[in-house]
Design a protein around this ligand. Structure first.
Ligand code: HEM
Length: 178
């Protein structure tokens, strides 16, 4: 094992470095930036359906966002499983890494809060998309599924925003703060 202990902040960081000039990996940086695109596009898609009745365009945008998120999050998860993030966050004043690898501090709390939103968002988006796909006609238009969709899709959208805000917070605490 030539792996450096997590507290050795001078050791080279595992995986591919990102492009934001922080301690983030390529995948961390990609997801960080992607959420600044996903959230406004999602809000625009909701504006289109709500104020312009562009149902089919809303459907296409939401399906594209869902597909992109699935690919991005799979790659992101692979990066986390293979390379981890702890050694990249070791220089953060908000993370405490014990010799046995256990984590504590504000960064760890921020991660739990973020995961709470991220996991519920993934579940809600899957259910909302699958149910919309099955229950709305093609081309998409309002029907008896509308009331259910408006309620749960709104929650899914709010959850996505909370996931992004808590994700950006975690990123800053772990990979930017010195
Ligand atoms: C997670 C993905 C999605 C989110 C977050 C989402 C979000 C929303 C929201 C918030 C509204 C209500 C707008 C308002 O306030 O009036 C809405 C309406 C609508 N959505 Fe989605 N949507 C998603 C996926 C889809 C898909 C995949 C379809 C089609 C297969 C679809 C079809 C519709 C239709 C037809 C309406 C209009 C319902 C009505 O006003 O009667 N949505 N969507």
């Amino acid at each position: 094992m030539n792996e450096a202990p997590p507290s050795d902040v001078t050791a080279p960081l595992p995986g591919i470095d990102g492009f934001l000039g922080t301690r983030g990996s390529l995948m961390l940086d990609l997801v960080f930036v992607a959420m600044f695109v996903v959230v406004p596009v999602m809000l625009y898609s909701i504006y289109l359906v709500r104020y312009q009745r562009r149902y089919e365009l809303h459907k296409r945008i939401q399906l594209t966002l869902g597909g992109l998120l699935l690919v991005a999050l799979s790659l992101f998860e692979a990066d986390m499983q293979i390379n981890g993030w702890e050694s990249r966050a070791a220089a953060s004043p908000y993370l405490e890494l014990a010799a046995d690898g256990s984590r504590s501090g504000v960064v760890q709390v921020a991660l739990w809060v973020h995961l709470l939103f991220a996991i519920t968002t993934a579940a809600l988006w899957t259910v909302v998309i699958v149910r919309a796909w099955r229950n709305f006609p093609s081309p998409a238009a309002p029907n008896e599924h509308s009331a259910w969709h408006r309620r749960w899709a709104k929650l899914a959208a709010v959850d996505m925003i909370a996931t992004s805000v808590t994700g950006w917070t975690f990123y800053w605490l772990a990979f930017v703060a010195t």
